[in-house]
Design a protein around this ligand. Structure first.
Ligand code: NI
Length: 181
């Protein structure tokens, strides 16, 4: 268990496509250690989610969850969830705009368009298949984190280049809530 350094925008390792876990990986000590590191690092950074490539492990593993996070004051609580080999399928054609941040893009926020409703299929650490339908902010968090597995960061998806900036400036402009950190 360890808090690992989080790679930041500009590091080419964030731009790789991460590999699927294979049958022998499920339930392995290597996977359990990765999950512990993701949890410790996410907690230390007060993040809403963290993908394995952000801590320099190029595997398709994502951890997310929000327990009244001051970084996202308007966000509903989301139970801690671990996704292995997640696959997103959009439901419908509706999009939603929202502000996003990222532990790999510290100090900045940008407005991003995401699918409003998605179906997410994944494996647990033991390889059990799971499926869930998600909407709104919860769906946004999952789309953001799964993008990391394909080397995509939120600034790649800005709705408008001007809807992107440093947190204090966006707060002063009234674009994001003042309590957001
Ligand atoms: Ni991120």
């Amino acid at each position: 268990m360890a808090v690992r350094p989080v790679l930041r925008l500009g590091d080419p390792r964030l731009r790789l496509r991460s590999a699927e876990l294979e049958a022998a990986d499920f339930g392995s000590t290597r996977l359990m250690a990765l999950v512990d590191d993701l949890r410790d690092t996410m907690a230390a950074c007060n993040g809403a989610g963290l993908a394995a490539p952000q801590i320099d492990v190029p595997l398709r593993v994502v951890l997310y969850g929000i327990d009244s996070n001051p970084r996202y004051p308007d966000a509903p609580p989301i139970p801690e969830t671990l996704l292995v080999n997640p696959v997103i399928t959009p439901i419908g054609v509706e999009f939603e705009m929202g502000w996003e941040g990222c532990l790999s893009v510290p100090g900045l926020r940008g407005q991003v368009r995401r699918w409003q409703h998605i179906r997410i299929a994944w494996r647990t650490v033991d390889g059990e298949p799971q499926e869930q339908i998600l909407s709104g902010f919860h769906a946004r968090v999952v789309q953001h984190e799964c993008d990391h597995l394909d080397g995509v960061l939120f600034p790649d998806r800005l709705s408008d280049p001007s809807a992107f900036g440093f947190i204090p400036e966006l707060q002063a402009a009234g674009l994001i809530p003042a309590v957001s950190g």
